[in-house]
Design a protein around this ligand. Sequence first.
Ligand code: F6P
Length: 353
Amino acid sequence: QKRLGILTSGGDCPGLNAVIRAVVSHARLTYNWQVLGIPYATKGLLERKTVPLSLHSLDLRGIDPLLNMGGTILGSINKGDTLAHIDEIVASYHALELDALIGIGGDGSLSILNQLQARGNWQFIGIPKTIDNDVAQTERVVGFDTAVNTIVDALNRLTFTAASHDRVMIVEVMGRTAGHLALQAGIAGGADVILIPEIPYSIQGICSHLKELRDVWGRQFAIVVVAEGAQVANDSCCDTSSPTPSCGMGQYIANEIRSCSHDQLDIRVSVLGHIQRGGIPTALDRLVATAFGKAAVDLLAAGETAKMVTWRNGQVEAVALEVVVAQSPLCVAPNHYLVQTARALGIYVGEEI
Ligand code: F6P
């Protein structure tokens, strides 16, 4: 009986448990493999720990909660010191007598796992997940859709309170060095201004836009979505060299708008933080998670390795991990059709380049 390991690595997101459920079900029902969960990603591997996963490991009165449970039952680590222990971790795979491993991770984790599998000659398949949506070569990743919906829900709520008090509501969202989350949630949530790391903005441009909203369009409130990575001197795609202000980007933008509007605007700041990482996965995230889990098991059964499952044109396919790693993190192209869509609707998305 083949022994298949599975781990979740990096920041958690909704849909991880749905992947685990799909992998366990398909591996057991179709191939009769034994599936072993590895707790806390590479830390668990290093410590040679496993948890047996069965089809009914979490059953509650016959209900399987994994499909809609947020977080990860396996636990995860975000910033470990994996590469300092690379040879020990490589050896653990063999010591645990694993025949194959599935790793669910974002761009950082997939890059590390790719190095490990290459060094150890493991049979390995990656599954992309991240609320940042910055993994290359795939149109969908597990977790992004739920995070977008969480932000949109927050924007719906904030719009009514902003409108009731004629306020400018600044909403800081996650996304690290990429602006996918801010851009997509901002458009879907009716933002008036969207600031992302990939497109330079000017405070003057933002203030003129807010003034025009009031004076020309008669709108007394405004919603400003700011990506946490929309740095001050943002002059290149995913530039991480300029520091994010210590007060956070949302507060920084609020201070700047306050000063350029000569304190004429009533401004409030909401930092959504880790609320964006929690919650019940949306139907789309469950679907992507389930399809990816099933595909990863099939790839292993077909003898494939060093690949990541991808979503392209409604189909699940696979691509070499090294290609994904070389092209990630994937930024928003400044001429992306969604940037053009936002501008066409009168949303300020930074300066046109
Ligand atoms: O990569 C996912 C993410 O949520 C980013 O959007 C955010 O910058 C980061 O992780 C937060 O990490 P932590 O949970 O370690 O604070």
